[in-house]
Design a protein around this ligand. Structure first.
Ligand SMILES: C[S@@+](CC[C@H](N)C(=O)[O-])C[C@H]1O[C@@H](n2cnc3c(N)ncnc32)[C@H](O)[C@@H]1O
Length: 298
């Protein structure tokens, strides 16, 4: 599936200065109840869309919950924090009998040329979502580690996912953590990233904790967990090269907050991130991804 060409992103409007803020040339949200620190501009939408094919390759598909048959026959799926919407668009094309909805706070949702079975709405999951209880057979969420504090996972997001899932339906999450490397600059950047995230109540290793958070709810009859260690860099193949690009892009998209938090000038930050890329090809650099699927009790 191609990236973004047929999309028109939300254009600047009067009042955008209230909704968004520009820092070091990148656009960020301005919501008071969200800790999300990654840019929400076209460059970020491109980064998210570009990683889609590599994710399919790494995980052998777009989901692991056993909902294939239901998708063929016709059901409803929601993707929370859908970003550029590419996951929804891909599935909507594969399963024309099913209906898909993507929600996100960022104004990067696709608005044109949508298939009739895909819909996108700008919502904040932390405010609760305007969908009825038990209305989806698959409630999906991916790469929200930088968006949801551990308390918000427990008190808002997981309960909301459970509310939206049908009895015997599935909720599924895929998360990554911070990079680990032998490179000294990469270590410094990863440490700064860790300090910054924890200062906001965000747990960089939440992916590993999600099965426990799911178990604590007592809402599931079955929980499936998978874990992958992803080596980064060209020398490990195409998906590893894309994973590195995705990660480096994430660091670039976080510049507005991370450069300030590291107390470095924006141009010095760019040079540090360049070095992280170079170190990844030289030393062992990896991150983890965690996928969890849970079946809601009947
Ligand atoms: C790293 S991106 C991942 C996007 C998409 N899931 C993917 O895998 O490509 C995180 C997304 O979560 C969205 N997000 C952050 N906080 C949110 C919130 N409170 N409610 C809804 N979406 C949110 C961001 O706008 C961003 O698009």
């Amino acid at each position: 599936m191609g990236c973004c060409c047929s999309r028109r992103y939300f254009e600047a409007e009067a009042g955008d200065a209230i909704k968004y803020r520009l820092i070091h040339g990148r656009r960020y949200h301005n919501l008071s109840n969200s800790m999300y620190f990654v840019a929400n501009d076209d460059e970020e939408a491109y980064r998210l869309s570009r990683y889609h094919d590599a994710i399919k390759d790494i995980w052998g598909g777009l989901f692991n919950s056993p909902v294939e048959e239901k998708l063929r026959q016709g059901t409803r799926v929601i993707d929370i924090g859908c970003g550029s919407g590419i996951w929804i668009l891909d599935l909507a094309q594969q399963y024309p009998n099913s209906n898909f909805v993507g929600i996100d706070i960022s104004p990067i949702l696709p608005t044109e040329g949508l298939p009739p079975n895909a819909k996108f709405v700008q919502y904040n999951v932390l405010d609760g979502l305007p969908f009825e209880d038990s209305s989806f057979d698959l409630v999906h969420l991916k790469f929200m580690v930088g968006a949801i504090t551990e308390t918000q996972w427990e008190e808002k997001v997981i309960p909301e996912m459970i509310r939206l899932a049908r009895p015997d339906g599935w909720i599924e999450s895929l998360e990554c953590d911070l990079i680990t490397s032998n490179g000294s600059v990469t270590k410094r950047v990863a440490k700064a990233f860790h300090v910054f995230m924890t200062s906001k109540g965000l747990n960089p290793a939440i992916g590993k904790e999600i099965p426990r958070l799911f178990e604590n709810t007592n809402a599931f009859s079955e929980i499936r967990k998978e874990h992958k260690v992803l080596n980064l860099g060209k020398k490990h193949g195409k998906s590893a090269e894309e994973s590195l690009k995705f990660y480096i892009g994430g660091l670039k998209s976080s510049k507005g907050f991370l450069a300030n938090s590291m107390n470095v000038m924006p141009e010095h930050y760019d040079a540090l991130i360049e070095t992280v890329t170079i170190e990844a090809e030289k030393y062992s650099t990896y991150f983890n991804q965690y996928r969890v699927c849970a079946r809601k009790k009947i």
